[in-house]
Structure formats: structure tokens, C-alpha cells
Write a protein that binds this ligand. Structure first.
Ligand SMILES: C[S@@+](CC[C@H](N)C(=O)[O-])C[C@H]1O[C@@H](n2cnc3c(N)ncnc32)[C@H](O)[C@@H]1O
Length: 222
């Protein structure tokens, strides 16, 4: 099978691989989650009033949000297998703090979160499961249906995942790519601290040396 796309495909992939095809216990993934969270903390606008996490999978990133962020969280996944695990993992967290909704980020009903005025949208390692047209459509819909969000988007820079120029072209002119940070390197992270400040500034070097990166798109003057 190619890359999973529907909730049923993700469910059966998760069921076949003991619930975790990626190995979330591994150091590389946990470091990437840590670096993504540090990036979020550093760049989150103080007026943000809700965090909307799409494609939350097992809730490892959600846990960081629950523990460390004072904001309410809205947590989504397309897979019912993933979402039921997250729900039981956080069963003691009150609904005012953490809410869940299952469904495809392309078509999910956003009415439940419309009352929030300054959301931050988190699309970490999930947007590239949609094809380019669907990615574009999802971003347009999120911008249209939610007021003035910031978008934190992560994924590999490899072909077939997230292309920086394509991503930029999916946002209207009022949104700017404010920041990019490298999350890990193609050939291992031995020189990570030394090399990433250079890669964060150079698109060319990033494309040849970086593996996963995180982007922040934000509406100008908001
Ligand atoms: C690699 S995990 C990412 C988990 C976490 N966000 C992270 O950064 O590690 C990808 C998750 O995205 C979910 N996903 C994929 N396509 C989706 C879609 N269209 N809508 C919502 N969730 C989706 C999958 O079910 C899976 O749980």
C-alpha cells in the first residue's frame, strides 16, 4: 500500500503495527517533538486563545501541551484507533482544557472552535498525507473558517513531503512565512547545534542537509 490517506487505512496500519508504525519511543522522534515544542513556545503569540492540534496520533505532543501550555487544546486525528487511545490517555483532563474531534482535517466540522478568536493551528507531521490540492484546500478552509490563525507546520523537506515553495503558494498574500527551524538532520544529529543556525537561514543548505523542519506562517499585522 502507498501512504495511508483515509481513517480506515490509518486504523488498519496502526492495528497491524502494534499501534505505532513509527516507533514513538525512539530518541529521534522524542527529540523532534521536544524541538517542535520549544519552537512553539518561543513563537506563540501571547494573544493566542486555543491550540488546535491536527493529526495528534498517540498524544505525545498533546502531553507537552497539556503539561506546559495554559491554553485550551483541541485535539484531532483522522484515525479512530489513534483518537480512542488519546482519549483514554487523557481521560483525567477536563473538557475545558482538552477536547477531541475525530475526522479528516480536510473536511472536519470547525464549528465547535469558531468561538475562539485567536487560534494557533498545529499541523505537525500530518499535512503531507494529503495530496497537494487537498493541502491547499485545507489551508484555505482553515483560514476562511477560523479567524487570524498562526500555522505551525512540520514535515520532511524531502521530495513528496513538504516543499517550502509549494507551501508558501498555498497561503494568501496576507500570510507570511515568519520562521523556519530545522528539527533534525539527514545524516544524524551529531553537529545539530553547530549546523542548524546556518541551515535555518539558508534554504539551499537546508534542502541538502535537513530532514524535518518546522514552519511558522502568520497573518501580517495580527
Ligand atoms: C506521523 S503522525 C504525527 C503525530 C504528531 N503530530 C507528531 O508530530 O509526531 C501522523 C498522524 O496524522 C494523522 N493524519 C493523517 N492524515 C490526517 C488527516 N487528513 N486528518 C487528520 N489526521 C490525519 C494520522 O492518523 C497520524 O495519527
Amino acid at each position: 500500500m502507498g501512504r495511508a490517506r483515509t481513517g480506515k487505512e490509518f486504523d488498519s496500519w496502526f492495528n497491524q503495527s502494534n499501534g505505532d508504525p513509527w516507533g514513538y519511543d525512539g530518541e529521534r522522534i522524542q527529540k523532534r517533538l521536544h524541538r517542535s515544542f520549544e519552537f512553539l513556545k518561543k513563537n506563540l503569540k501571547p494573544e493566542t486563545d486555543i491550540l488546535i492540534e491536527f493529526g495528534a496520533f498517540n498524544g505525545d505532543f498533546t502531553e507537552k501541551l497539556v503539561k506546559d501550555a495554559a491554553l485550551p487544546i483541541f485535539c484531532n486525528d483522522i484515525s479512530s484507533v489513534a483518537l480512542s487511545k488519546i482519549k483514554s490517555r487523557f481521560s483525567d483532563i477536563p473538557a475545558e482544557k482538552l477536547n477531541f474531534i475525530e475526522g479528516d482535517l480536510l473536511s472536519i466540522d470547525l464549528n465547535v472552535i469558531r468561538s475562539f478568536k485567536r487560534p494557533a493551528v498545529l499541523l505537525l507531521e500530518c499535512l503531507y498525507y494529503l495530496n497537494k490540492n487537498e493541502q491547499h484546500e485545507s489551508i484555505s478552509r482553515l483560514i476562511r473558517d477560523l479567524s487570524s490563525p498562526s500555522f505551525f507546520i512540520s514535515g520532511p523537506v524531502l521530495d513528496g513531503y513538504l516543499n517550502e515553495d509549494e507551501l508558501k503558494s498555498m497561503f494568501p498574500a496576507s500570510y507570511k512565512l515568519v520562521k523556519i527551524e530545522v528539527l533534525n538532520l539527514k545524516r544524524g544529529d551529531r553537529f545539530f547545534n553547530l549546523i542548524t543556525p546556518i541551515l535555518n537561514r539558508s534554504k539551499l543548505l537546508r534542502q541538502s542537509c535537513a530532514n524535518q523542519v518546522i514552519y511558522l506562517f502568520s497573518k501580517e499585522n495580527s
